[in-house]
Design a protein around this ligand. Structure first.
Ligand code: 0O2
Length: 221
């Protein structure tokens, strides 16, 4: 490969990744607006924490290989929809669905796919609501549609998923059966805690949507 071709490839990769960064920014702005407006209107913030990432080149290459995708930008764009990813951690399960509804009801958001692992948890106990959204991004060359994967979950689901993720990597995917059973048990406990906390929250709120106890507000980042 000549130095010119290499530079062209680098520029193309930079432009490719840039589009996903912009897609993330658009969705982050939407989430920030919903959070601020919710806080102002209902004196309640349904979002505990938001984090986002663009897939690393290493992780992208690994997925392209694992899925047997042709290694060209057009095929990758078509086949991999989680290059831009946002995780929204909510206080309660009801907030997860409320936020999902509010975000997907916006007329410039196109819902491509939903995987509801809260209604149907994975066998290991994993729970989260996954949505692939497509949002418009306006470039100097015109409008493009960018897919963004949004994962909605509660604090308890997030706590469980981050521990499970660490264990999975520590044991290089060969997690001992005993540990798998304990993890599943912990997922059930987390689900119970979610249900109890939500019941308590409803009692405190006394049936009024606007009178909830305040929860911590953290910046997107
Ligand atoms: P990262 O670093 O979070 O991006 P695939 O994306 O093809 O591997 P699939 O079935 O298309 O898998 O996507 P799915 O089921 O929507 O899950 C993709 C993402 O959800 C994962 O991303 C994780 O973030 C999360 N996830 C799914 N299952 C589990 C699980 O059992 N445990 C935990 N902790 N997280 C899970 P990546 O790409 O694996 O990693």
């Amino acid at each position: 490969v000549s130095p010119t071709e290499l530079r062209e490839l680098r520029d193309e990769l930079q432009r490719f990744m840039m589009e996903y960064r912009f897609g993330l920014q658009e969705v982050e702005t939407k989430i920030g607006i919903l959070r601020d407006e919710f806080l102002l209107t209902h004196d309640y913030n349904p979002i505990e924490h938001v984090s986002s990432r663009v897939k690393s080149p290493d992780s992208l290459v690994e997925k392209v290989q694992r899925k047997g995708i042709d290694p060209d930008f057009a095929s990758i764009r078509r086949s991999i929809t989680d290059i831009a990813g946002i995780r929204i951690t909510c206080s309660f399960t009801a907030d997860v669905y409320r936020l999902f509804d509010l975000l997907t009801a916006q007329d410039d958001v196109r819902l491509i796919q939903v995987k509801d692992y809260i209604a149907s948890p994975k066998a290991n106990g994993y729970k989260s609501l996954h949505a692939i959204l497509e949002v418009p991004v306006f470039l100097s060359t015109g409008r493009i549609e960018v897919p963004v994967e949004v994962q909605f979950r509660t604090i308890a689901m997030d706590f469980w998923a981050s521990l499970e993720h660490k264990i999975y990597y520590k044991y290089a995917t060969r997690v001992p059966d005993e540990l798998l059973a304990s993890l599943k048990d912990a997922a059930d406990t987390a689900a119970e805690l979610d249900a109890r906390m939500e019941r308590l929250h409803r009692q405190i709120r006394g049936g009024s949507a606007g009178q909830s106890a305040p929860v911590a507000v953290r910046e997107i980042g």
